[in-house]
Design a protein around this ligand. Structure first.
Ligand SMILES: Cc1ncc(COP(=O)(O)O)c(C=O)c1O
Length: 455
């Protein structure tokens, strides 16, 4: 990884470049280092280490006998493959049925990752060369790669103070070629879905909801992922529920579902799926293998049953901290399009400039509070491989069309996003925070914020 690249990765995760490189020791490539820091940032052990409050990895803090039992059953039946084996496999099927019910949608599909789920969503909508897809300028790589993998053109729109897609900028970036928008519910909070859906419906643009970082969060009482045309989730370690790796897609549309199922399984549409949709409506086409294993399904079934408890514990910590600091003069938080539906992944405080942000982060860290810049995503339009439109083949259709050749990425195309990134302080919450942890965080913010804001 280049110095500049390392610096930006480090910065976007709120660590010094030296600390970042230290963390990455043992990984021989930039890609491995990227993998090591992907997703929402996590801590490790829950206990305060060296006086530092550590939110830990949410999902695995809730592992217990339920996950053990599920995995043991897969071992004992000798049936780790979801479609057949010595005994009838049922974990992934049961997870899909439960997940669709939990999300208030019709169909769910388990896959190997959130990235695979996005590829299936794009295939599900039939997006391809000549199409444009609008993607937030600050999100995870997969929202960009799924568009490029399809040969379509990624068009970035800014985020706003919600830290999610700015509906006004989304509208500005629409062209006659826009086929879809990816509404990414970033950092546990919902996008402004009323506005995004209103604009998209009026212009006949499909809405893909990426709820990878907001599994179980809601918008006006509806589960994220169930509001648009197709929704996706990730179950990688840093997410709300986790099987280490894993992902899911949901939709109410049988055609999108069939196309996604076919794409995830070499083009095949097995009986289990046609039983769900009643019939096949789409001819076979070339797909991938993104099938979920029964081990993954077993862990996710156990985790899903705990999701509401995990959410409640995380939100308890968030609301207690919010309550303890909300009266501070000048304090401004992330705009929440629906505060009820937000998971409370972290408290976000808006400063006037980057220097104020850095003063605030430094002061909080001195007091052992897990503070940093926004984390877990990438300022995509500024990444060298994006700016240079690098693809796996020089004639890749995304960038050989007149629009693909003409489009420019880079810092000047996402000024609002860069400004927001530079001004927000993130204070991580943990579902297992004690009352003492919460009190320490409140005390630290009350001491640090007024100084950092004014200085
Ligand atoms: C917003 C967003 N979308 C998609 C993904 C991809 O999920 P996965 O890591 O399971 O491939 C992530 C992962 O961090 C993410 O944060």
């Amino acid at each position: 990884m280049s110095n500049a690249g390392a610096k930006q990765w480090a910065e976007s995760r709120g660590v010094s470049r030296r600390a970042f490189l230290r963390q990455s020791v043992g990984f021989s490539t930039g890609a491995a280092a990227v993998a090591a820091t992907s997703g929402l940032s996590g801590g490790g052990a829950v206990a305060a280490t060296g006086g530092r409050i550590d939110p830990g990895y949410f999902a695995s803090q809730f592992y217990d006998e339920a996950e053990n039992t599920g995995v043991r059953e897969v071992v004992e039946t000798g049936s780790p493959f979801r479609f057949w084996g010595p005994r009838t496999p049922q974990k992934v099927k049961a997870f899909e049925d439960e997940f669709a019910k939990y999300m208030g949608t019709t169909y769910a599909l388990g896959v190997t990752s959130g990235t695979a789920a996005l590829d299936c969503a794009v295939a599900g909508l039939g997006i391809g060369p000549g199409d444009e897809v609008i993607v937030p300028a600050y999100t995870w790589w997969s929202d960009y790669t799924c568009v490029v993998h399809a040969g379509a053109l990624p068009v970035f729109a800014d985020i706003d103070r919600s830290l999610c897609l700015d509906p006004a900028d989304f509208e500005r970036r629409i062209t006659p070629r826009t086929r879809a928008v990816i509404a990414v519910h970033l950092l546990g909070g919902p996008c402004d879905m009323d506005e995004i859906l209103r604009i998209a419906r009026a212009r006949k643009i499909a809405v893909i909801e990426d709820a990878a970082q907001a599994v179980g969060a809601t918008y006006r009482g509806k589960k994220l992922g169930s509001l648009g045309d197709v929704g996706i989730y990730s179950f990688q370690l840093n997410k709300m529920i986790s099987s280490g790796e894993g992902g899911a897609l949901v939709t109410r549309d049988p055609v999108i579902y069939e196309r996604a199922v076919r794409f995830h399984d070499m083009g095949v549409f097995r009986g289990l799926f046609s039983d769900r949709t009643g019939q096949s409506r789409v001819p076979m086409f070339a797909g991938e293998n993104f099938r979920m294993s029964e081990f993954t399904g077993a862990v996710l079934l156990a985790q899903l049953a705990k999701l509401d408890r995990m959410k409640a514990e995380l939100k308890r910590a968030f609301l207690a901290v919010l309550d303890g600091v909300k009266d501070l003069p000048n304090i401004r938080f992330r705009r929440q399009p629906d505060p009820e539906g937000d998971l409370g992944y972290a408290l976000y405080m808006e400063m006037n400039d980057r220097a104020g942000r850095d003063r605030c982060i430094a002061g909080l860290r001195e007091r052992g509070v897990p503070a940093g810049t926004l984390s877990g995503s990438v300022l995509l339009p500024t990444e060298p491989s994006v700016v240079n439109k690098q693809t796996r083949h020089p004639d890749w259709p995304s960038f050989t069309s007149p629009e693909g050749r003409a489009i420019r990425y880079g810092r000047e195309t996402c000024r609002q996003t860069l400004d927001i990134f530079d001004r927000f302080v993130q204070v991580r919450m943990g579902p297992k925070y004690s009352d003492a942890d919460v009190a320490r965080i409140i005390k630290a913010i009350r001491e640090v914020f007024p100084q950092a804001y004014k200085a």
